[in-house]
Design a protein around this ligand. Structure first.
Ligand code: XBP
Ligand code: MG
Length: 255
């Protein structure tokens, strides 16, 4: 194991509630009488990427073809307003960092394991989140940050993870990924990486059968994993040692 790659939204912090609020606030500001409920947003999250999610939603509206085209033409503007509002909300500290993330980043750095972020969202969204929730200085801890702006195909395509592996100069098979969504797991597996899924409340019902390990949390001293899970991985929290063991077990046969 040479590198640890974190997905951002839903993995580092529960940002999807903030994205949902930003979408709804953008709809209000632009006098589009749409409102995405939490249950509807859970469905919409199966489409990676805000613009693509908006297009998917518009595609399902019962309006005539001309109105649909007009609305599709508004997507870039809606997404710009949504992103501005997202930055305002996220910089107010709306998204709590998930258990184990800060601890694992520190452990990886101390163990000489390279660190990266691979997000379907934009670079500006990643920087806003990391600055607000992880502390701006932590941005420097990442050897690579790849975002949706830089690839032509978003998750579940492998592009983002292949890009971050090449930025790290590490073979994909030597990377371990932490992901909260089925699209993200599929993308990392398509890139040939070992993946630990930590589903969020938004993705809990998705299919994680492709993941190498599924945990509801990475655990922390203050939020230890339950005894059954702890027995399975040999610790009450996921550390670099557990990730190394998983990586070794999952890559032993591919000599
Ligand atoms: C996150 C996404 C993004 C966010 C919204 O996926 O799919 O679209 O939901 O951000 P991942 P944007 O966790 O795989 O990064 O509106 O900027 O897309
Ligand atoms: Mg995610």
């Amino acid at each position: 194991m040479q590198a640890l790659i974190f997905d951002v939204d839903g993995t580092i912090a529960d940002t999807e509630e903030v994205h949902r609020q930003a979408f709804n606030a953008a709809f209000l500001e632009m006098e589009l009488w749409w409102n995405w409920s939490a249950s509807h947003y859970m469905e919409l999250l199966k489409v990676s990427g805000g613009p693509e999610r908006l297009e998917h939603y518009i595609g399902g509206l019962r309006v005539d073809a001309d109105e649909k085209q007009r609305l599709l033409g508004l997507v870039p503007g809606i997404h710009r307003v949504k992103t501005r509002i997202y930055h305002e909300l996220i910089s107010g500290g709306r998204a709590a960092v998930r258990p184990g993330v800060l601890r694992l980043i520190k452990e990886a750095r101390e163990a000489g394991v390279k660190l990266a972020l691979a997000a379907t969202s934009s670079t500006s969204n990643i920087e806003a989140l990391v600055s607000a929730s992880l502390g701006g200085k932590l941005l420097g801890d990442f050897n690579a940050i790849a975002s949706a702006d830089e690839v032509s195909h978003k998750k579940p395509a492998a592009d983002l993870y292949l890009r971050v592996a090449s930025q790290l100069r590490v073979a994909p098979a030597d990377c371990v990924v932490i992901e909260d969504s089925a699209n993200g797991v599929r993308a990392a597996k398509a890139a040939g990486m070992v993946v630990v899924a930590t589903p969020s409340r938004w993705t809990a019902t998705q299919d994680f059968s492709a993941a190498d390990l599924v945990l509801y949390s990475l655990g922390d001293p203050g939020a230890p994993l339950d005894p059954v899970t702890a027995k399975a991985i040999g610790a009450f929290q996921v550390g670099i040692a557990q990730l190394r063991a998983l990586h070794a077990a999952r890559t032993a046969h591919t000599v």
